[in-house]
Design a protein around this ligand. Structure first.
Ligand code: PRP
Ligand code: URA
Length: 210
């Protein structure tokens, strides 16, 4: 990918889990388990740039200096499918506040409609905002989410998407050139219903068993 804001993560555990997520015979329990594994691997990579402060501590044997995360992190899963990535984020970033945006694509137009919004109080200025959505298709849902975050002052925005389509990447990198994107795969294209090909189908339906 010829854009230094777009990062395709290569890791054997991620490639293994993504293959299980893609396979149409994968049942709900396995789908959920591998969505969690894939999210963990991706979040470790997507947080690699975070700053740390020195921290003095005492081990049972000696005084030493370690590190602690610097700055404020806010996690924003895009409902519904982004919830599949939230448990991994909360495991790694236990005290990060969580904001929610509920969006649902219209089945015929593929345009997202907002039905819920709840962000942590105060400005997001100075925070790193990790937006979680497993599927980046046309980019409409993430464009709306980034706009909502930026309206609250969020400037350091990182997207974590398990599968991304070239069409969505193009839209996001054109409209939001400062936003970083981490993905496990840049797939081929969108079909006439705006589903990602080869993709994995409807992530939310497969994850929630609907
Ligand atoms: C899916 C997915 C993204 C969106 C991507 O959500 O989780 O949010 O589609 O498509 P886009 O890039 O074309 O906007 P969906 O609207 O199906 O809702 P769900 O998460 O409730 O299943
Ligand atoms: N949303 C999904 O869940 N899958 C796609 O392929 C596109 C949007």
């Amino acid at each position: 990918m010829n854009n230094n804001k777009v990062h395709q993560i290569n890791h054997p555990l991620l490639a293994h889990s993504l293959t299980i997520l893609r396979a149409q015979e994968t049942a709900t329990a396995e789908f959920r388990r591998h969505a969690g594994i894939a999210s963990t691997v991706m979040l470790i990579e997507a947080t690699r740039h975070l700053g740390v402060d020195a921290k003095s501590i005492q081990t049972p044997l000696a005084a030493t200096t370690g590190s602690q995360l610097a700055g404020r992190l806010v996690v924003v899963p895009v409902l519904r499918a982004g919830l599949a990535m939230l448990a991994a984020a909360q495991e790694l970033l236990a005290d990060a506040p969580v904001g929610f945006l509920g969006l649902e694509r219209d089945e015929t137009t593929a345009i997202a409609r907002e039905y819920y919004q709840k962000f942590p109080g105060g400005t997001l200025s100075g925070s790193t905002v990790l937006i979680l959505d497993p599927m980046l298709a046309t980019g409409g849902s993430l464009a709306d989410t980034i706009t909502a975050v930026q309206t609250r002052g969020g400037r350091d925005v990182v997207l974590v998407c398990i599968v991304a389509a070239p069409e969505g990447i193009m839209r996001i990198t054109t409209e939001f050139p400062d936003v970083s994107l981490f993905t496990a795969s840049v797939d081929s294209h969108l079909d006439e219903r705006k589903y990602i090909v080869p993709g994995l189908g409807d992530f939310g339906d497969r994850y929630f068993g609907t």
